[in-house]
Design a binder for this molecule. Sequence first.
Ligand code: ATP
Ligand code: SF4
Ligand code: MG
Length: 322
Amino acid sequence: MSKEALLDVRDLKVHFGGKKLFKKAVIVHAVDGVSFSVPKGKTLGIVGESGSGKTTTALAVLRLVPVTDGSIRIGDVEISALENKELRLARRKVQMVFQDPYSSLDPRRRVGDIVREPLDLMNIGAEADRNQMVHDLFVQVGLRPELAKLFPHQFSGGQRQRVGLARALSTRPELIVCDEPVSALDVAVQAQILNLMRKLQEELGLTYLFISHDLGVVQHLCDHVAVMYLGQIVEQADRISLFKNPQHPYTKALLAAVPKARARDGNEERVPLIGDPPSPINLPKGCRFAGRCPVAIDKCHSIPPKLTDRGNGHLASCHLLD
Ligand SMILES: Nc1ncnc2c1ncn2[C@@H]1O[C@H](COP(=O)(O)OP(=O)(O)OP(=O)(O)O)[C@@H](O)[C@H]1O
Ligand code: SF4
Ligand SMILES: [Mg+2]
């Protein structure tokens, strides 16, 4: 898989801090040794609870947070150490779509200008053609081009996310990193935006890194799914294996909260998660999930399990599977 991968991330670490608190350096292990790759034209979903490190992983792919360690390759380019002009050039291939388009769209500017801005900044196309390009982008995301004159607050949430997509598409990126792109929308509107994203993917051959805390949403769009817990991937598989045959107790607990997935899996008795994850500052010594795991054994509290292939590329890290 990693040969034809458009995005390949190896042993990525993003640690924040090192600041001294009570004379002890505090380090937040937000992302702590994550590897995945996304083939061109495919979608990898990253799921996990709040604080598991999803957004930090996304920001690292765009080099918007300092990378502590590891490699990030986009196409043929290793971007983890690039700077200045080379970094700007490499970034053109990638765009980001955020959860809340309202806060990521400048409220004082007309949406047509918002979509046009990256074209001007990156000097894409002839200046005289850019209005037509904006017009075409609006059509592509299912917005009437006349709406370009309006301001973000005059749009519904779903329309604003269409504007966010048009803006992201303007630079003709190959990879789009989507951080909870539909989480702020009503369920019916979520489905419309997910359908639009799939249509755009087919038309333009886009590759998506799709972040969500909601397995139900991930199930609609993703080819592969990685489950994160406290800065690490605990399970990773193609969509069908992950939903039909989850291996890790954490994934099973997450699935218990998705009614449709629970029914399909035939296991109605699963208990949903209780409690909160431990702090990414003081990490547990053994398995990071041990404090909440309903099936933990003694060694879980002292020895961390390894992320291992359990057959057909289905990875999971749990002592009970060894
Ligand atoms: N700039 C920062 N400085 C210090 N700690 C940070 C910083 N950014 C994130 N963190 C911490 O890193 C951890 C991972 O955060 P992140 O935002 O990546 O999680 P997430 O999975 O996206 O969560 P959510 O679902 O709430 O968006 C959290 O404990 C968070 O508090
Ligand atoms: S290693 Fe132990 S604590 Fe961790 S998920 Fe497996 S059984 Fe649970
Ligand atoms: Mg987040």
